[in-house]
Write a protein that binds this ligand. Structure first.
Ligand code: ZN
Length: 150
């Protein structure tokens, strides 16, 4: 288990140092800012849809390692998904990080997103990990005002 934790730490640090899809998308696209006041994380998520397919998704912002790595891995995971698939993934991911689902097979189901299963032990960190996802959903819903985890 400690080897696994170490591996997870490495994945999170790697995505924190070299976030993927860290850029704005050209207009027109949906975008909104999310804020986690508990930790100070700020993230703006950009989404470009092609009918009901997530064609592009990117982010910018500043936050802790967990929130940045979560945004980075989220953008990698959502690209090419249908809106229904994206919503299902959000719900399953949320259950994983809040401890509502078993983490035994998390890696098979979630791939690298499974690295966040450990945040369930740290309620403050759950908000860091879920912030990009809530922001993504708000962008899809057409929100214009910043969204907050509180
Ligand atoms: Zn944070």
């Amino acid at each position: 288990m400690s080897d696994l934790r170490e591996l997870y730490q490495q994945v999170i640090l790697d995505h924190h140092k070299k976030p993927r899809n860290f850029r704005a998308l050209p207009e027109p696209c949906r975008n909104v800012e999310g804020y986690n006041p508990l930790c100070g994380d700020k993230v703006r998520v950009y989404v470009k849809l092609d009918n009901d397919i997530v064609r592009e998704v990117s982010f910018q912002g500043s936050g802790c390692a967990i929130s940045t790595a979560s945004a980075s891995l989220m953008t990698d995971s959502l690209k090419g998904k249908s809106l229904a698939e994206a919503e299902a993934l959000f719900r399953e991911f949320h259950d994983l990080i809040t401890g509502k689902s078993d983490q035994a097979h998390a890696e098979e189901r979630f791939g690298k997103l499974a690295v966040f299963a450990g945040v369930r032990e740290f309620p403050v960190r759950v908000k860091c990990a879920s912030l990009p996802w809530h922001t993504f959903r708000a962008a899809l819903a057409g929100a214009e005002k910043p969204v907050s985890t509180e």
